[in-house]
Write a protein that binds this ligand. Structure first.
Ligand code: ZN
Length: 97
């Protein structure tokens, strides 16, 4: 098993009681550097297609952490979001993938 390809991602991911739509795009807004985005209204996680599978997965983890912030009304320092996303991805890679 490897990190999932785009078509292996679910169409939605339920976070607490909200179903976040998972959307893949070639570019996010005008910014060519943005790799992911999470909005609560509408609940959507947007991921940029480019980049290797592990990086896209890490971005999804990052955006899911933002979704958790929204759904649990918890604010986490952005630096920690990066750290957790990387750490979770590494745990998945070293134990599941
Ligand atoms: Zn972020």
């Amino acid at each position: 098993m490897k990190f999932p390809t785009e078509r292996q991602y679910p169409k939605t991911i339920k976070v607490r009681n909200t179903h976040y739509k998972i959307k893949f795009v070639n570019q996010i807004g005008k910014d060519k550097l943005t790799v992911g985005l999470c909005t609560s209204d509408p609940p959507t996680i947007t991921l940029r297609r480019r980049g290797n599978r592990q990086k896209v997965f890490e971005t999804m983890c990052h955006e899911l952490l933002h979704a958790i912030e929204f759904e649990h009304r918890a604010k986490v320092k952005h630096k920690l979001i990066y750290l957790f996303a990387k750490a979770i991805t590494k745990i998945i890679r070293d134990n599941f993938v």
